[in-house]
Design a protein around this ligand. Structure first.
Ligand code: ARG
Length: 280
């Protein structure tokens, strides 16, 4: 115990480190976080990891980062950007933590440091049941229009394994909407958001996993103290069973939110003709 750095000292060390980073010319665009705040950057179209409930960004990744903030004696601020901006923004010093269902890849490891992984997962095909795609015969997607979210490992998969350019969308849900509109033949996305997307869509299904991937929280390189705190929090959440609780809780909440949205749809549409004249 004697050799363990007290948490307050850790927090101070982290604070001074991020201060040093802000002063660096490379981080010209960086703005310091509000005092007592630590910022998480994400892309919130990815249930159950991050999604919007009203104006608030919620989900598994938010809960993990809240636990990190608590350990540091800070409050969490969440920023929502396009997925392909998450890591560049982190590197530019616009946030201290990046948590967005980010898969650990060799490429990304060269740019950022990753925490211990907190999920083992992978990507799947989302397909129309009358035009099925099979993970075992993934090459059958070659030459087809494959929709993916911008900047994801699904996009990498299409380039590397299918040898073609994917059709890019800003969320798994918008790629799915394009498939429903006949603009793409199949979608590839991470399995959990894929499950969320096909909920209440009896004509669509998902395949087995195409890859095995792990999610971790990313931080700017060269911050061993912050990395240690991050890993401690994730390891503790895991060991105590709290991580599984968070996953179950937010999977259920994301499903409930999607069901509520679905239930609200016909009502909204029915209300439209009346709402229009009333608004004039
Ligand atoms: N796991 C995939 C990747 O890291 C997709 C992540 C997308 N995350 C999101 N919040 N939209 O590339």
């Amino acid at each position: 115990m004697k050799h363990t750095l007290p948490l307050a000292a850790l927090a101070a060390a982290v604070a001074s480190l991020s201060f040093a980073d802000e002063a660096a010319p490379a981080a010209a665009e960086a703005v310091a976080p509000a005092p007592g705040t630590i910022r998480m950057i994400t892309e919130a179209t990815f249930p159950p990891y991050e999604f919007r409930q009203g104006k608030e960004v919620v989900g598994i990744d938010v809960e993990i980062c809240k636990a990190v903030a608590k350990e540091l004696g800070k409050t969490l601020a969440v920023e929502d950007v396009e997925f392909d901006s998450v890591i560049p923004s982190l590197i530019a010093g616009k946030a201290e933590l990046a948590a967005a269902g980010i898969t650990v890849t060799e490429d990304r490891k060269m740019k950022v440091d990753f925490s211990h992984p907190y999920v083992r997962t992978g990507i799947v095909f989302i397909f129309a049941k009358d035009k099925p795609f099979d993970a075992e015969k993934a090459e059958e997607a070659k030459g087809k229009r494959v929709g993916v979210q911008n900047g994801t490992t699904s996009a990498d998969y299409v380039r590397e394994k299918l040898g073609q350019e994917p059709e890019m969308f800003d969320s798994p849900a918008s790629a799915f909407a394009a498939m429903k509109a006949g603009k793409v033949d199949v979608v590839i996305a991470d399995i959990d958001p894929a499950k969320a997307v096909i909920k209440g869509e009896p004509d669509y299904d998902i395949s087995e996993l195409l890859t095995v991937e792990e999610y971790a929280v990313a931080i700017k390189k060269g911050q061993p103290e912050l990395l240690a705190v991050l890993n401690k929090v994730i390891d503790d959440l895991d060991a105590s069973g709290k991580l599984d609780e968070i996953k179950d809780e937010w999977t259920a909440k994301a499903e409930a939110a999607a069901a509520a949205e679905e239930a609200a749809k016909p009502a909204e549409e029915a209300a439209k003709p009346e709402a229009a004249p009333a608004a004039e």
